[in-house]
Ligand binder design. Structure first.
Ligand code: 5RP
Length: 266
């Protein structure tokens, strides 16, 4: 490497692309080792600028079109991008009780924050509910991230909560009450300082998004409890915490200025 190359700082988009390429190679490599493991499989595709890099890579690759019967997406916008690129898609609503069991070896998506325990905050793009559905249907969540997304503790990035419009008032009231209940459970020290409604935004399921701003960050155990506590409120559809309670990532492809770092649970 010459001095110019050594000093070159990669942009965030470049890092996102590097992460996407790394996951792309990982899947292709596994396929080449054991093609039989991919019989009748679908690929789960997430939402956001990092997921878009992955969509563009697989759309240009005939192998991926052969390996996977179709993509199952976490948003209409990702579906549209795949369709525009002639990659076959299938929607979650195409399945019913008599459908054969669907095999999704991988779900590929970005994150707003991820910790070393592979818990994430997602939902910056508002697609968190379908993201959690497709991720949970998949065997492995491959998280694509540039190094700015890795945090010691989650909670600085506002936590998206998808809420039924008719329950907005109730949910805000119950969330405010959580602050007062803190002493009673393991969430002590966690304070919601502000709740904002995402303006001019409705989800693919016609719901609204509230963003919770916290005074402090939370540890692994607290993240799991918080995920469940918020989801227990009537009218909450889902929240953007992805922990071991629901679906944490299985492999993180972290793109850094010094190359790719893989972090996995195994
Ligand atoms: C969308 C998401 C995205 O994965 C998250 O917001 C990261 O986005 P980007 O890849 O654009 O940085 O959860 O709901």
């Amino acid at each position: 490497m010459n001095t110019n190359e050594q000093n070159k700082v990669l942009s965030q988009d470049n890092l996102k692309l590097t992460s996407a390429k790394s996951a792309f190679d990982y899947i292709l490599n596994l396929y080449q080792q054991q093609p039989k493991n991919f019989d009748n499989s679908y690929i789960g595709i997430g939402t956001g600028s990092t997921a878009n890099f992955f969509i563009d890579l697989i759309s240009k690759n005939d192998d991926f079109k052969r390996i996977f019967k179709a993509a199952i997406c976490s948003s209409n916008v990702s579906e549209q991008r795949l369709v525009a690129n002639n990659f076959p898609i299938i929607s979650l609503t195409d399945f019913h009780e008599n459908s054969p069991k669907i095999f999704i070896p991988f779900y590929i998506d970005g994150a707003d924050e991820i910790n070393e325990n592979l818990q994430m905050i997602k939902g910056g793009g508002g697609a968190l509910t379908k993201e959690k559905i497709v991720a949970t249907m998949s065997q492995k969540f491959l998280c694509l991230a540039d190094e700015t997304k890795l945090v010691n503790k989650l909670g600085k990035f506002p936590l998206a909560v998808e809420v039924l419009p008719s329950a907005k008032y109730l949910v805000i009231q119950k969330l405010n009450e959580l602050n007062e209940l803190n002493e009673l459970n393991e969430l002590k020290n966690i304070k919601i300082i502000k709740i904002t409604e995402r303006k001019n935004f409705i989800t693919d399921s016609n719901n609204l998004i509230l963003d919770l701003h916290f005074a402090n960050t939370f540890d692994n155990q607290q993240a799991m409890i918080l995920e469940q506590t918020i989801n227990n409120i009537v009218g909450v559809v889902e929240n953007g915490l992805f922990t071991q309670h629901s679906k944490a990532a299985d492999v993180l492809f972290l793109a850094t200025q010094n190359g790719i770092k893989n972090i996995s649970k195994e």
